[in-house]
Design a protein around this ligand. Structure first.
Ligand SMILES: [Zn+2]
Length: 491
């Protein structure tokens, strides 16, 4: 688990101008994020920026700009025209074990007693929605919007797994939860979009946002719903509520490796957060934190809510696994079997504590599908031991100075032709490519200095299967060499 010191730390804003710039940047990022899930800033950078803005506003309360994102659900960016039955609030964030501890201490001071029990559950990286049921039938689905009114996305409900059209009982309730693309759904969605000539989604959250809003697409993309709350099921502690939702037929995070758990002490809470964070890379869906809630209804009711967030729940944020950086170039490396693989050279970026300088680009078709250009701002994904990969360019951020990516015309190692008939390009020499290249190199003047052993001859030796690697050069016999074309005896 990363602590506060390794999270992106907000730089202090030194002047009213710097503050105004920071507000403008945050407003722009929040607008993009809530429009289609994209953002010119990574999540960590956005959080750090908002924290810097908050710090400045605490010092200069008379200078607070009305458009400031602080204290607003969705950074004040989201829109919608259907009023919510009960406001859909955000969660306050903490970024370290220490901040979590002081948040919990504050809650217990307010209650005047220890919190009876905590519930710890994954913070799903998707879009919050409200799903209304009448007599057990799904009637309307809304986005969170600004927390008070949301957008009607009922048209998208059919494609959302785990959001039943009919509950197991004829109740009038509203489910609250998150809609996301699982990793598998995300990969499938991008394959389908590529087939239809559409740009791949930059990452699962923007894919989910775009899919929920889209109408009349010629293809279907499935999403998944996870319920974590409800309106209209009174009298239940949080854990009991989740159990009830599952009985009614809604999908919950129960049964996943990050299933919600009741913890009686803050030490248990910390251990569970660490466990979920460690599981993160193996989960079938993205999480961007862990939510800690007071489990008992009595504690929740007594703590109440502020204008933006409930006081009885908090999100312990984890570092983002997607970061935005710049694509500086593409290298073409030839593997042992002759596969020619492109690799992205990136402006170094720290993702989840590791500096990433290179990322995989799979193959040339993949580059074309993603529409990448040199100089693009790109989303890079890294999780655990997985090789970092470039997911998509931020097309809206282009300046016009971006350059097309040059594909090699000849094998970058031996100079022979490239077989482009498959998705993965390959040197026509296959495994022989490396042998030819290494023999020519070894025979060079600065190495073994073998006269007459240039490219053509090396190719002959390899093709005649006389030489597979460097060591074979030393055991070649005169008779073997005489079998080669144009290799006569000296007279
Ligand atoms: Zn080659």
């Amino acid at each position: 688990m990363k602590d506060a010191a390794t999270m992106a730390s907000p730089a202090a804003l030194a002047s009213p101008d710097a503050y105004a710039d920071a507000v403008a940047t945050a407003v722009r990022a929040a607008a993009a994020y809530y429009a289609d899930g994209s953002t010119p800033l990574g999540d960590d950078e956005y959080d750090a920026l908002v924290r810097a803005i908050e710090a400045y506003e605490a010092e200069h309360p008379q200078q607070v700009l009305p458009e400031s994102p602080t204290g607003k659900v969705a950074g004040g960016a989201a829109v919608g025209d259907v009023p919510h039955s009960v406001p859909m609030l955000s969660l306050d964030n903490v970024f370290s074990a220490e901040e979590l501890e002081s948040w919990a201490a504050g809650l217990e001071r307010r209650l005047g007693r220890p919190v009876a029990a905590w519930c710890v559950e994954p913070k799903l990286d998707g879009l919050a929605v409200a799903a209304r049921y009448r007599a057990g039938r799904l009637t309307q689905v809304l986005t969170r919007g600004d927390g008070f009114a949301g957008e009607d996305i009922t048209h998208a409900a059919d494609a959302v797994l785990g959001l039943p059209g009919r509950l197991t009982e004829p109740v009038d309730i509203e489910l609250r939860g998150e809609v996301l693309l699982t990793q598998e759904q995300f990969e499938h969605a991008n394959a389908v979009r590529s087939e239809h000539g559409a740009t791949p989604f930059a990452h699962p959250r923007s894919g989910a946002a775009g899919t929920l809003r889209a109408k009349d697409r010629p293809y279907r993309i499935e999403l998944t719903f996870f319920a974590y709350g409800a309106v209209g099921l009174p009298g239940l502690d949080h854990g009991e509520l989740l159990d009830r939702l599952a009985v009614l037929g809604a999908n919950t995070a129960a049964g996943t490796a990050a299933d919600p758990r009741r913890c009686t002490t803050l030490d248990d809470v910390r251990r569970r957060i660490d466990a979920i964070a460690a599981l993160r890379d193996a989960l079938p869906f993205g999480i961007d934190g862990v939510v800690v809630k007071a489990d008992a209804l009595a504690d929740q009711e007594e703590a109440g809510s502020g204008s933006r967030a409930p006081r009885w729940a908090v999100a312990r944020k984890l570092q983002a696994q997607h970061k935005v950086t710049r694509l500086l170039g593409v290298e073409w490396n030839v593997g042992r079997t002759g596969i020619i693989a492109p690799r992205a050279v990136l402006e170094p970026v720290v993702i989840d504590g590791v500096t990433v300088t290179y990322a995989t680009l799979h193959n040339p078709a993949d580059i074309e599908r993603r529409g990448l250009m040199i100089g693009d701002q790109v989303f890079v994904y890294r999780a655990g031991d997985v090789i970092p990969r470039v997911e998509a360019p931020l097309v809206d951020e282009r300046t016009g100075a971006e350059q097309p990516i040059a594909f090699p015309q000849a094998c970058p190692r031996c100079g022979d032709a490239i077989d482009t008939s498959e998705q993965r390009w390959r040197c026509v020499r296959g495994r022989g490519c490396q042998a030819v290249a290494s023999i020519v190199y070894a025979a060079g003047r600065d190495q073994l200095d073998i006269e007459g052993l240039g490219g053509t001859r090396a190719v002959q030796l390899v093709e005649a299967r006389l030489v597979a690697d460097l060591a074979d050069l030393f055991t070649l016999t005169r008779e073997q060499l005489l079998t080669l074309e144009r290799m006569g005896e000296c007279r």
